[in-house]
Design a protein around this ligand. Structure first.
Ligand code: ADP
Ligand code: MG
Length: 676
């Protein structure tokens, strides 16, 4: 079972950094890990550039047009260049030069051997390659890519050679074991459809942290022979959407993409793994709706085809101009081709053109697109990493770190099928069969420590851990650990409850009278309590502590609390036994006039006789206001009443009021304290 992990960019960076650190510490063990990109970072090198190669193929006249005496509008000059009439000036021709030009007499073998076969070897180096057939409808794209049983095209020839190559390179006694898989999809009206599983619906295109384009859920069929390939490919090709247009009776209405993956696993240490991808793409043609006679669905299809090819043109232009944003994401086609155009693949574009004059404008536009494409630079790199099975002993060691009992519990009968990402991953029972490197890696504490700390780090970032250590086996271990912790917590709570119950019982035994009061207080569940939520007071009045104590001591207190209900006021005595709910209304203090007069007098005395320091002992009077008061007094003589404070410059009427409120009550209370 293959395990796929999608990491965020920051996690990928972390992973790459950690891989680099491991490689740096143990280069012998980690040869090639992190692919060329990683070694590129380490050595400060970029992969060498590989320009997109462009070949043009001119098909012969079809349907007897040559017999009608129509001259071709385009002709080849040599093996790399051609010329086409200039529609602006009939005396002139437009000349184009490409990597290769194949004339109307060229065979399928010429195209294949001249332009496609040379790039296949890169697949065995773990690099990507792609072949795209471009051109107007009816110009020969499908003929070039697929051909016919009599004249097989690029696809069958490439598959035959590739399978032959992998058999030779991956045979017994060779350092690498090779396997080939195929997937086949079409992009139809901006939907990615799996031609090997037509029921699967629209698939999503993703990009991994190394910039590889992936299609999760896409069927991959292993193929070992050409017969295998045909068995899957021929029925799938019939699923491809085709329709009749005026230009082509079986016009391809979609972009067809055959993806062939070559997977290599090193048989000896350091057990590297390489993956090379080959895209073989038969693009749908760019169509002029006036000529194809498209209506309804055909017109809609045509719009989708044209727009994706239009985006393809924009992508090529952006790459050529070195723009910071390349609009790969603007269409499914360009998103899929992201690693073929300006990416990591060795790419070849075969522009198919037709000689008939009715194709003239489409031919010129195809040639212009081809000319722009040959400026695009790719940077192919080797997709190489360590095989997951090398990490298998480390997983076991991690289990050992958790504890032998847990490791034992975590190991189940079905474990190997669920937990092993590779069929060859070393289970505990097969530990004797470990390769020398596997044994070494299981014993190397430095590597083990680094991998585990990386795993912890990624775990703390919310990831499921490193690729190598992320298995259902580990997840089960984590789950069991969590369950054990929960069990302990439950035990602890049970003990606590027992303790509390024992305490209550002991209390009851000491004072049985208190039973009714105390035990419900302890044991009554919270939910049964009626909770009264008091509304916030509209007006808060600060009551000095002494005053409250005094009130409680004397029932005939001179201070009362006024309860405000709306506009009406009701006088009530302060009573501690007053129900709590009553607190929801406003309360104000009413002070006896005598007490109030004492308070006022005390303030007046202070205002007239107190120093600036004394004045600062009053509420709401700071250094500045105290000095203002003293200054006013020196100028105007003593205050006749506390309200004169308003006359002091810098003290407003409002401030004076709040000063009185804040001070009178306290000073009155002090007066009572003094006199009692
Ligand atoms: P496209 O896929 O570009 O729409 P096709 O590959 O379907 O075009 O080609 C249209 C027609 O032209 C087909 O009948 C095909 O057999 C024929 N044809 C294309 N290229 C050649 C060629 N090089 N030699 C002979 N016939 C060709
Ligand atoms: Mg076609």
């Amino acid at each position: 079972m293959k395990i796929k992990v999608y990491l965020t960019c920051s996690q990928c960076l972390l992973l790459m950094f950690a891989k680099y650190m491991i490689w740096f510490a143990t280069p012998d063990l980690y040869v090639g890990a992190g692919r060329c990109r990683l070694s590129k970072v380490g050595a400060g090198r970029r992969p060498p550039p590989a320009r997109v190669r462009v070949a043009v193929r001119l098909r012969p006249f079809v349907d007897g047009t040559a017999a009608a005496g129509e001259p071709p509008c385009v002709r080849g000059l040599d093996s790399c260049s051609l010329e086409i009439a200039n529609w602006r000036n009939h005396q002139e021709t437009l000349k184009y030069q490409f990597d290769a030009f194949y004339g109307e007499r060229s065979s399928q073998q010429d195209i294949y051997a001249g332009s496609v076969q040379p790039i296949l070897r890169h697949l065995l180096e773990g690099q990507n390659a792609s072949v795209l057939a471009y051109g107007p409808t009816g110009a020969g794209k499908t003929h070039t890519m697929l051909g016919s049983p009599e004249q097989p095209g690029v696809i069958p020839r490439a598959l035959m050679d590739l399978l032959q190559l992998t058999r030779e390179e991956g045979g017994e006694g060779r350092p690498w074991a090779l396997s080939v898989t195929m997937s086949y999809l079409e992009i139809y009206q901006e939907k990615v459809l799996d031609l090997l599983d037509p029921a699967s619906g629209d698939l999503v295109i993703r990009e991994d942290c190394r910039g590889n384009i992936l299609i999760p859920g896409l069927t991959q069929k292993p193929i070992t022979s050409f017969a295998d390939f045909e068995r899957h490919f021929l029925p799938a090709s019939r699923n491809r959407t085709v329709g009749a247009t005026r230009l082509n009776q079986r016009s391809s209405r979609s972009h067809a993409v055959l993806l062939v993956k070559v997977d290599q696993r090193e048989r000896l240490a350091p057990f590297r793994q390489r993956e090379g991808k080959l895209y073989l793409i038969d693009l749908a043609g760019s169509e002029d709706n006036r000529r194809t006679g498209n209506k309804g669905l055909r017109l809609k299809e045509s719009g989708a085809i044209n727009s994706s090819l239009f985006v393809l043109g924009k992508v090529v232009d952006a790459l050529n101009q070195g723009l910071p944003r390349v609009p790969y994401r603007d269409s499914k086609l360009t998103r899929l081709l992201q690693d073929s155009l300006g990416g990591s693949a060795h790419s070849i574009l075969i522009a198919n053109i037709a000689p008939e004059r009715r194709f003239y404008l489409d031919t010129v536009s195809a040639l212009n697109f081809a000319a722009r494409s040959k400026e695009v630079i790719n940077r192919p790199f080797t997709n190489e990493s360590l095989q997951l099975r090398v990490l298998a002993p480390i997983k076991l060691s991690q289990k050992e770190l958790v504890g032998p009992s847990e490791a034992k519990r975590a190991r189940g009968p079905e474990e190997e099928e669920i937990g092993s990402p590779e069929p060859t991953a070393a289970p505990a029972s097969a530990s004797q069969k470990l390769s020398p490197l596997q044994k070494l890696s299981s014993m190397d504490p430095a590597v083990l420590e680094r991998l585990l700390s990386l795993d912890r780090l990624l775990g703390s970032q919310g990831s499921q851990g490193t690729h190598g250590l992320n298995t259902p086996r580990r997840e089960r271990m984590v789950l069991m650990k969590t369950m054990e912790e929960k069990d302990l917590e439950i035990e602890r709570l049970k003990m606590k409850q027992k303790e509390l119950e024992a305490k209550v019982l002991a209390q009851e035994a000491v004072d049985p009278k208190d039973k009714e009061n105390s035990s419900p207080a302890v044991l009554r569940p919270l939910a049964r309590r009626t909770v009264t939520v008091a509304k916030p007071l509209k007006k808060a009045v600060v009551m000095p502590l002494q005053l409250i104590q005094e009130q409680a001591a004397s029932p005939n207190a001179e201070i009362h609390i006024l309860k405000k209900k709306g506009r009406k006021r009701k006088l009530e005595s302060l009573d501690a036994s007053e129900p709590e709910e009553k607190a929801e209304d406003c309360w104000e203090l009413q002070i006896s006039p005598e007490l109030l007069a004492h308070g006022r007098q005390k303030i007046l005395d202070l205002l007239n006789e107190g120093s600036a320091r004394d004045l600062r002992s009053l509420q709401r009077i700071g250094q500045k206001k105290a000095q203002l008061i003293v200054g006013w007094r020196e100028l105007h003589g003593p205050f006749s009443q506390v309200e004169d404070l308003e006359r002091v410059e810098g003290i407003s009427g409002k401030q004076m009021e709040s000063f009185l409120k804040a001070n009178i009550l306290g000073l009155a209370a002090c007066h009572r304290c003094d006199t009692s």
